[in-house]
Design a protein around this ligand. Structure first.
Ligand SMILES: [Zn+2]
Length: 323
C-alpha cells in the first residue's frame, strides 16, 4: 500500500484486489500527489529493470527502502562497499543496476512534511473525509447567507458546522441545514407550488410565511423567543435579546454550545407547533429541554462519556436542576 506501483505491472489473480489497488493508486495520485511513496524503490512504476518494477527482499531487510538509501552522493563502488560493511549480501552488478535504474529526478529525495495519507494511522473516517472532499460542493445559499448576515468565509464554515458540534440528533442537525439553505417548506413556498391556498403565516395569518418571518419576525415567535430569553438564555449567559442572525445562524462564539442548542430546539419547537396547530408555550419548551437533558445524561452514563456531557450541560445543571 505504500509503494508507488502501477496496477498494470502487477499481476494479481483476484479482480477484487486488483480493483482495490487501482482505486488506491488513483485516490493517492489525486489527493496526495506529493506523497513520499514516489521515492520508495520497491514496486516503483518509475524504477524499472528490464521493463519491470522490482523488489529485493535482501535489500529491504537491510533497511533499504527509499532512493536516498542508495547513497547517491557517492559513486557505485564507494556506496557498495559501505552497504557491504553494513551486512548487505549482494553482488556489485545488481547494486549498480538498481542505482542506474533510478531516474534522476528521484535521486534526491525532497522531504514532504505535509502528510495527507498516513497509511499506518489512518482509519475509515479519515478516508471517508478525503472521499467526501472530492464531491464536496458549497451549499447553494452560501453566498446569500454571507451577504445577508455579513459573514466571513470562516464564520460561514462555523455556521454550517455549528449544528454538528452542539447537537447529536440527526433530526436537529438536518433541520438547521434546511433553515440555512432556505428549504423549509413554509406556506410561502407551499403556496408558490400551488399546494395550499394562502401564503400567509400559520401563527398570525397576516404576513407572508417566509422562514425569517416564521422563525423570527412573527409576533407569536417573538413572544416565544422573549420567553426563552427571560426564562433560559438570560440565566445561561446573560443574553438580553436576540437578533435575526442569532436565530437563523446561531451564536458563533465558541463557548455558547448550550445556548445554540436551545436555539436549535426552539426553532424545531416552533415548527412542531406550526404542524400541530398549537400555540408555543414556554412551560412546554422547558419540559422538552429537561427531557433532552435527562436523555443525554442517560446516554452519557451508559457510554461513559460524562465529561463531554458535563461540558455541554453544566450551566443548565447550575440553574435549572430544581425544576
Ligand atoms: Zn406570523
Amino acid at each position: 500500500m505504500e509503494c508507488n506501483y502501477s496496477s498494470d505491472q502487477i499481476d494479481i489473480p483476484s479482480s477484487f484486489y486488483q480493483e482495490l489497488l487501482i482505486w488506491w493508486q488513483k485516490i493517492r495520485e489525486t489527493a496526495d500527489p506529493d506523497n513520499n511513496c514516489k521515492y520508495i524503490i520497491w514496486n516503483n512504476k518509475e524504477i524499472l529493470i528490464d521493463g519491470n518494477s522490482v523488489f529485493y527482499k535482501k535489500y529491504f531487510v537491510k533497511g533499504i527502502k527509499y532512493t536516498n538509501d542508495l547513497l547517491f552522493d557517492m559513486n557505485n563502488i564507494e556506496s557498495f562497499n559501505i552497504m557491504k560493511r553494513k551486512g548487505l549480501v549482494s553482488n556489485f552488478l545488481i547494486w549498480t543496476g538498481l542505482r542506474k535504474s533510478v531516474p534522476l529526478h528521484l535521486r534526491e529525495q525532497k522531504s514532504n512534511s505535509n502528510v495527507i495519507f498516513d497509511v499506518g494511522n489512518y482509519r475509515c473516517r479519515h478516508y471517508y473525509s478525503i472521499l467526501i472532499k472530492f464531491i464536496y460542493e458549497r451549499p447553494k445559499k452560501w453566498l446569500m447567507l454571507a451577504d445577508k448576515f455579513n459573514l466571513t468565509e470562516e464564520q460561514l464554515s462555523k455556521t454550517y458546522l455549528l449544528p454538528l458540534h452542539v447537537a447529536s440528533e440527526p433530526y436537529v442537525r438536518s433541520f438547521q441545514y434546511k433553515v440555512l439553505n432556505c428549504i423549509l417548506f413554509t406556506n410561502d413556498l407551499l403556496f408558490k407550488i400551488g399546494y395550499i391556498a394562502s401564503p400567509n403565516c400559520t401563527f398570525c395569518k397576516e404576513a407572508l410565511e417566509t422562514i425569517q418571518h416564521f422563525l423570527f419576525y412573527c409576533a407569536v415567535s417573538q413572544a416565544f423567543w422573549n420567553d426563552v430569553i427571560y426564562n433560559i438564555l438570560s440565566k445561561l449567559s446573560s443574553c438580553g435579546y436576540l437578533l435575526l442572525s442569532d436565530v437563523i445562524v446561531g451564536f458563533l462564539r465558541e463557548e455558547m454550545g448550550l445556548e445554540n442548542y436551545v436555539l436549535l430546539l426552539g426553532k424545531i419547537y416552533l415548527w412542531d407547533c406550526r404542524r400541530n396547530d398549537n400555540k408555543p408555550s414556554i412551560t412546554h419548551f422547558i419540559q422538552i429541554l429537561k427531557n433532552k437533558y435527562d436523555t443525554e445524561k442517560l446516554i452519557a452514563q451508559k457510554q461513559n462519556k460524562y465529561q463531554s456531557f458535563k461540558n455541554k450541560w453544566h450551566l443548565y445543571e447550575r440553574h435549572f436542576l430544581y425544576l
